[in-house]
Design a protein. Structure first.
Length: 244
């Protein structure tokens, strides 16, 4: 089942040159995915009844041509590859001219809101979403991101109330915003990056202090986010140079 919606880019959604920000693209995708789940009675309004909530594990986003301020956008999403422990969701954005502007794929798990354990995805749940077979990147799985061993700089941040989402952990778009803070000024000014990955490893909670570590690779910039107290890896962010 392909779920469709229309949105308009507002002032808060844009950055340099009045172009939509990567964080805003993620918010558009998160919203339409949530609306899709809500339409099959498995969304935010149903958490108390189902005792379950979707959590994001991974993003891969590619911007083909970046929409401007005040553009009316058409957005599409669909589920695919429902496996026992996780599923994938793909997305497309078309600009006001009807041109394909953004494609993305994501990986999700369903958790018990009380125990925080991953739940098995049932055939009944799959039938609700009616998954499609097509993938925007022509791949079934997202390739694993490897954490660098050495870094050139780091940045410390303590998670506040404004960072927390409905699942009581740091909102997924905030990881990208946090990664931007550690970027060297020249790298930061080269944004927005048109191909990026975010891999979520361990949830960040209210009051946690994280250490963001930065390094530059041949084809990308990498930020690794660690828990300061435990040194556990929370997330990896990759910004690709050749897709600027």
């Amino acid at each position: 089942m392909i779920f469709k919606d229309e949105v308009k880019t507002g002032l808060r959604a844009i950055g340099k040159n009045n172009l939509i920000k990567n964080e805003s693209i993620l918010e558009i995708f998160e919203n339409i995915g949530g609306e899709h789940s809500n339409s099959v009675s498995f969304g935010a309004n149903d958490i108390e009844k189902t005792g379950a909530s979707w959590v994001l594990l991974d993003w891969k986003v590619k911007v083909i041509n970046r929409p401007l301020y005040a553009e009316k956008l058409k957005v599409e999403t669909w589920g695919r590859r429902f496996l026992k422990a996780y599923t994938y969701r793909d997305y497309k954005i078309y600009n006001s001219k009807g041109e394909l502007s953004v494609i993305a794929t994501s990986k999700w798990a369903l958790i018990d809101i009380n125990t925080r354990r991953v739940l098995r995805l049932t055939d009944e749940l799959r039938d609700k979403y009616k998954p499609e077979k097509m993938s925007v990147f022509n791949e079934d799985e997202l390739e694993k991101i490897e954490c660098p061993e050495e870094f050139s700089s780091q940045y410390e941040y303590t998670v506040g109330r404004k960072d927390i989402d409905v699942n009581k952990h740091m909102h997924n778009t905030n990881y990208l915003s946090l990664a931007y803070e550690i970027l060297p000024e020249k790298v930061y000014e080269n944004r927005p990056y048109n191909l990026f990955r975010i891999s979520y490893k361990k949830e960040v909670k209210l009051g946690d202090t994280v250490i963001c570590k930065y390094t530059e690779k041949e084809d990308k910039y990498v930020v690794a986010i660690f828990n300061k107290d435990t040194n556990v890896l929370n997330a990896l962010v990759e910004l690709y140079k050749n897709e600027m």
